[in-house]
Design a protein around this ligand. Structure first.
Ligand code: SF4
Length: 101
């Protein structure tokens, strides 16, 4: 049987996540983040894990569903404020398991 996928969302829905909820592999320094005006993480994360509160402008992040692409670490260091995002790979047996690419 051949399954046809029509979008990136369909492919991502096939992935499995073994999330270590007690030890997030990405930690955002929200105090320093508040001073960043560019916030490239908001538009660059392919999983849309960075969001901004429309009322007070604060940034919210949830590591659940992270694809471990490293984009946020890169754009934060280059376009944002260096050192706001502490990034490491999840511990062994945790993290994303890709199913279709
Ligand atoms: Fe998003 Fe990639 Fe950063 Fe994970 S590593 S939070 S998927 S940009």
């Amino acid at each position: 049987m051949t399954t046809k996928y029509t979008s990136i969302e369909d492919l991502l829905a096939c992935d499995r996540f073994h999330t270590d909820e007690k030890h997030p592999h990405i930690v955002v320094d929200s105090r320093r983040c508040a001073a960043c005006t560019s916030r490239p993480c908001l538009t660059s994360c392919p999983a849309h894990l960075y969001t901004q509160d429309l009322q007070d402008g604060s940034l919210h992040f949830d590591h659940l569903g992270c694809l471990e692409c490293g984009t946020c670490r890169f754009v934060c260091a280059v376009m944002g404020k260096q050192g706001i995002i502490q990034w490491s790979y999840p511990k062994r047996t945790s993290g994303v398991q890709y199913r279709y690419g």
